[in-house]
Write a protein that binds this ligand. Structure first.
Ligand code: OFO
Length: 174
């Protein structure tokens, strides 16, 4: 496996693992605040990010590279509000998208079309996740300080009533 691609994939493993921890910290905070729907949503998002990490680990190893399991920085323990949580989440997803785009770029530069093909799944996934985060941030902005509105949003998150507004068009499953 090309060294630059391997390095970029290992950097991405670190990003996905950090995402998982970050969302786990958010989930735990939300649970402590009695925001059970939000907590459930974030716990499952954290699981998803771990799956993204694992998928990369397996790909690197299967392609003859060496996946590196990273040590991670501690995520924040507390957040100031739902708005704070989801704005941070959106910011984080935008950063992950940039890093995926960088990976795509490297694959094209070194003509690694297999990894390029593999990484398309992540490109679609980021599109979905960004759209979902934006939807939630928009709703929170609309609700403002209205407690009843926040209660309903928390319930919607629990019932998965909030779905990404962009459909995954990659055609590749998990
Ligand atoms: Fe891994 O999908 Fe977002 O970060």
């Amino acid at each position: 496996m090309n060294e630059r691609v391997e390095q970029a994939l290992n950097d991405q493993i670190e990003k996905e693992a950090s995402s998982s921890q970050f969302y786990l910290a958010m989930a735990s905070w939300a649970e402590g605040q009695g925001l059970n729907g939000t907590a459930q949503f974030l716990y499952s998002h954290s699981d998803e990010e771990r799956f993204h990490m694992l998928k990369l680990v397996k790909f690197v190893n299967e392609r003859g590279g060496t996946a590196k399991i990273p040590g991670l920085q501690s995520p924040p323990e507390s957040f100031s509000s739902m708005s704070n949580v989801f704005n941070l989440l959106l910011e984080h997803e935008l950063d992950v998208t940039q890093s995926i785009n960088n990976l795509v770029d490297i694959c094209l530069q070194v003509k690694d079309y297999t990894t390029h093909n593999f990484i398309q799944w992540y490109v679609s996934e980021q599109l979905e996740e960004e759209a979902l985060a934006r939807t939630i941030v928009d709703k929170i902005n609309m609700i403002g300080q209205d407690k009843a509105g926040l209660y309903l949003l928390d319930r919607d998150l629990e019932n998965s009533a909030i779905q990404p507004s962009v459909v995954n068009t990659a055609g590749t499953g998990a």
